[in-house]
Design a protein around this ligand. Structure first.
Ligand SMILES: C[S@@+](CC[C@H](N)C(=O)[O-])C[C@H]1O[C@@H](n2cnc3c(N)ncnc32)[C@H](O)[C@@H]1O
Length: 468
């Protein structure tokens, strides 16, 4: 056992906890979510999580550690059960006593899941700090399970199950997406990676998704989600994207590229921008910018209602407009003087060849002052060494790396990025990328990187590139 490293990690935990205590002292609340969501808490809490996870890997026997990891799918499956059978909402609405707890038989009376089986599912989750087992077979929500509360009453859930996630924070929908579609797809990763005919393919049609469901061999996941029979899945997917955004500070888009530096009247195009919710802070803080939101016809049709609800004056003043546009096609001719093309969470959905096609379409409409801002995960290597000889790694932000003896990429504290990378593989045969990988794609389309905003304070980093 590496006692020296164990000591270094526990001392890092001690100093990080002291920082958290000092920060907490400056707040008027002891509420868990009020503090951990704040930007200044991020670095010390990341340090605690990274150090504690590394400590566990060091002190657990290797066999035990491997068994913990290889059975982790049971957590996903159990989460899917509780989300799809409304356990969180049942406990919130029907729970008794100060903790709002319920015996498993009573929970079962509401969702009609066998109480013995549901109890075992709940106990696994409570064993991992999701729900509390307050006494034998009696469960209550805790801060973590409550994050999956859609806020709906049981009567509403019963009457309109398809609307379960509407108007929620999207976290239950995201848990649903990860533990249902994405988990199904990932079961087939090994089959796709081992088969000689698919292992070297980077076609979106050879994603593990293609083997995961009846009839998906020749269809891409987004097209499959759009089939009429998958309407509930598509609806949940849309809400899951909101869940992703709700985990990011609402002004994260402003923490990187300097939007206010753009000249008066500059046009910004949010490519594949959904309804434009991510660009809302840009329009709110930079009244001199004109925003065009582009997405598929079905998606942009929803956008005016979003802006009417959130920034009606920008809509009335014509500072935001909408275009149905396929980003694989040339930009409409009117978009000939664009200051910035924004692509947020677009590149990670597509294999390299498709990304280059999208970037080339953008390059065709760029002039020498045009910038492209890519907002996506930036992958770090787990090793301390981050550069590869002969590769353009761009300007890297040294604050992005974790301090020693942690893994340089923040280890398990940053595991969602690495799981998302495998999710992208499972769903689309796509990936999250390192700076050199982004640099390679951009250079094939005639761009070069000029800024990398990689700091962990903003969940999604930004890459700024210019035409060459
Ligand atoms: C992962 S979402 C990202 C949405 C938004 N940029 C954000 O960050 O929240 C990907 C978006 O790409 C859009 N999309 C997919 N294929 C497209 C295409 N060929 N042309 C334009 N938009 C497309 C989807 O409709 C969806 O809104």
């Amino acid at each position: 056992m590496d006692v020296k490293q164990i000591e270094a990690l526990s001392s890092l935990i001690t100093t990080s906890v002291a920082q958290l205590k000092e920060l907490q002292g400056s707040l008027k609340t002891t509420e868990h979510s009020a503090s951990t969501a704040r930007a200044e808490f991020l670095k010390p809490s990341l340090q605690v999580v990274a150090a504690a996870s590394q400590l566990i890997a060091l002190v657990r026997t290797p066999e035990r550690y491997l068994m913990d990891m290889s059975t982790a799918h049971q957590l996903s499956s159990s989460l899917r059960v509780v989300v799809e059978t409304n356990v969180v909402e049942i406990l919130r609405e029907k729970g008794k006593g100060p903790k709002k707890a319920l015996d498993i038989r009573e929970i079962s009376g509401y969702n009609r899941v066998n109480h013995q089986k549901l109890g075992r599912v709940m106990r696994l989750l409570a064993t991992h700090h999701i729900f509390e087992e307050v006494s034998p077979n009696v469960f209550a929500n805790n801060t973590i399970s409550s994050a999956m509360d859609t806020g709906k009453s049981l009567a509403e859930l019963e009457a309109s199950p398809e609307e379960k996630y509407d108007g929620s924070n999207g976290i239950a929908a995201l848990v649903g997406l990860f533990s249902d579609e994405t988990m199904h797809n990932s079961v087939c990763i090994a089959d796709i990676l081992k088969a000689p005919e698919t292992t070297n393919s980077f076609s979106p049609f050879d994603a593990p998704f293609s083997l995961a469901w009846p009839g998906t061999r020749n269809i891409k996941m987004y097209d499959w989600l759009s089939l009429p029979e998958n309407r509930p899945r598509l609806k949940r997917f849309g809400m899951a994207m909101n869940g992703m955004n709700s985990m990011t500070p609402s002004d994260a888009i402003l923490r990187g590229f300097n939007w206010s530096s753009l000249p008066q009247g500059s046009i910004v195009i949010d490519c594949g921008g959904g309804v434009g919710s991510v660009s809302l802070p840009i329009v709110q803080t930079c009244p001199h910018i004109h925003l065009i939101v582009q997405d598929t016809e079905r998606v942009v049709a929803e956008a005016p209602a979003f802006w009417q609800a959130n920034q009606p004056e920008a809509l009335a003043q014509g500072r935001v407009s909408f275009q149905a546009h396929d980003f694989f096609q040339p930009q409409p001719a009117v978009n000939n003087n664009v200051a910035v093309f924004l692509l947020r969470m677009i590149m990670h959905n597509w294999p390299d060849a498709e990304c280059v096609q999208i970037l080339k379409r953008v390059r065709e409409s760029s002039n020498r002052n045009t910038r492209i801002v890519i907002v996506d995960n930036i992958m770090l290597y787990a090793s301390r060494e981050q550069t590869i000889a002969g590769q353009d790694t761009g300007s890297s932000d040294p604050d992005a790396l974790a301090p020693e003896p942690l893994l340089a990429n923040w280890g398990a504290a940053n595991s969602l990025s690495y799981k998302q990378d495998i999710n992208m593989l499972s769903n689309h045969n796509a990936c999250e990328r390192t700076v050199p990988e982004f640099a390679a794609l951009l250079s094939q389309a005639g761009f070069r990187i000029v800024e990398v905003h990689q700091a962990h304070q903003s969940w999604l980093p930004q890459i700024v590139a210019v035409p060459v």
